[in-house]
Design a protein around this ligand. Structure first.
Ligand code: LLP
Length: 434
């Protein structure tokens, strides 16, 4: 559910008509709905409330400072994976003990920054990393908490191979057997208290079942460790909760919670704490990418709709063959979409490839996609682009990034201005001998 809806054939984000907005700010542009962010966050918080979890919003999915701030105001902690994301979390005013820091390659500088900030947990990926964090903590006379990332060898077959993380081939975490040895070896470290387990099995995970399998394995490990005198007091079950790229195709927060909450309740009631790291389920449907049709081109076998955005601003179709529903922002009544579906059942559509201006054949947003009639100058909306959209954008082909706009009711605010050509050249103007 989100706040992008058609009224009288015109697409609105909350109370703002997208056509009017595009006239004011130009295209392409990312447009976000504040009410949708809040609604998704609140639904997740309500569904998991019996566990009273710390909800660490995954900054990597959509990290604009103003969006982080609005989630911090809602009570969210943050899941970060770099010094840059930690900096963002700090600037957003996040409570540092509600920050978890994941990633296989944390540098010494990043570790020092996170120790100074007194974050909640380092998610530990390897023995070498544990020893390094512990040694830096000792030098700084600091004490930190670590959550061992355990790889439960669980995957959702529907998850794209590039975003599956919980299987044996993954670079992330350690397997269960090694986890036992890990706790035996490092469980009593004076500078890095290893008192938590972290799971993240992939993204997106389309049902509760893989979580149930992974959590069951983690709880068994926690029991085993307890028998050996090691106490694990926090379980971080990661992110990966799906978002509706296709209307109604993903579980709701309470459907995940119905299976996960009862499983974790005994752990909670015995004094344990639970962490969630949702990204996409909060941000994906809270944002769209608005683009203008530049040209129509009929090839020998295909019709192309050439737009002013592409893989440089939204790389998911190119990288993962991801589906994004695309539709004009202004349509005849018979073309108002009833749902965002892979095969919209509306008459009078024509199949075309929606492609961008980048000099690569891989630059497309949709292939063989049925669209209502469109003309040069029309606006198209690429839906469900809030997650892994702007954050994965680039300046390839020296294209400035689009602005980000946050809509709140009938107010729209530019929360990141459109980049300029000078922004592109700025760092290149600072030449120095080294
Ligand atoms: N926690 C950890 C440790 C993660 O690695 C991720 C995502 C998350 C939480 C948040 O996952 P989410 O709830 O957003 O599914 N670029 C890909 C997705 C990569 C996900 C990376 N890790 C895409 O566009 O589908």
């Amino acid at each position: 559910m989100d706040h992008f809806t058609y009224r009288d054939g015109k697409l609105y984000c909350e109370g703002v008509a997208i056509d009017d907005l595009a006239r004011r700010i130009g295209t392409p542009a990312y447009v976000y709905s504040k009410a949708t962010f809040i609604d998704h966050y609140d639904k997740l918080a309500r569904a998991f409330a019996p566990l009273d979890p710390t909800i660490c919003y995954s900054i990597k999915s959509c990290g604009n400072l103003h969006i982080c701030r609005l989630l911090v105001e809602r009570g969210a902690g943050m899941d970060v994976v770099s010094g840059g994301e930690l900096y963002r979390a700090q600037k957003a005013g996040a409570v540092m003990r509600k920050v978890v820091y994941a990633g296989v390659g944390k540098t010494d500088d990043e570790i020092r920054a996170a120790l100074s900030a007194k974050i909640g947990f380092f998610n530990i990926e390897s023995e070498a990393e544990f020893e390094n964090i512990s040694s830096i903590a000792r030098q700084m006379n600091a004490k930190a908490h670590g959550a061992l990332r355990v790889n439960p060898d669980v995957a959702d077959p529907k998850t794209h191979k590039k975003t599956t993380t919980g299987n044996k081939e993954s670079k992330f975490g350690v397997d269960i057997e090694r986890a036992r040895r890990f706790f035996d070896r490092y469980g009593k470290d004076p500078h890095l208290a290893l008192d938590a387990i972290h799971l993240h099995i992939g993204s997106p995970i389309y049902s509760a079942e893989p979580y149930v399998r992974a959590i069951t394995k983690a709880l068994a490990l926690i029991d085993d460790l307890k028998a050996g005198g090691i106490k694990v007091s926090t379980l971080d079950i990661g992110g990966g909760f799906a978002a509706d790229y296709v209307t109604g195709a993903s579980p709701l927060a309470e459907q995940y919670a119905n299976d996960i909450v009862p499983l974790l309740l005994p752990f909670k009631q015995a004094g344990g704490s639970v962490i969630l790291e949702p990204g996409r389920t909060i941000s994906a449907n809270a944002g769209v990418l608005v683009t203008r049709v530049q040209y129509l081109k009929q090839g020998p076998t295909k019709k192309f709709v050439i737009v002013d955005t592409g893989m440089h601003h939204l790389i998911r179709p190119t990288l993962y063959d991801a589906f994004h529903f695309i539709w004009p922002t202004s349509v005849a009544p018979k073309h108002v979409p009833r749902a965002r579906d892979k095969s919209p059942e509306v008459e009078g559509l024509e199949k075309c490839d929606v492609v961008g201006p980048i000099c690569e054949s891989g630059d497309f947003l949709a292939k063989d996609w049925p669209l209502p009639p469109v003309a040069r100058g029309d606006l198209l909306c690429v839906f469900t682009a809030g997650a892994y959209g702007m954050v994965m954008s680039s300046n390839y082909n020296a294209m400035p990034r689009p602005p980000e706009v946050l809509v709140d009711g009938d107010k729209a605010t530019v929360i990141r201005r459109r980049e300029t050509y000078d922004d592109l050249l700025g760092p290149e103007m600072q030449v120095q001998s080294v």
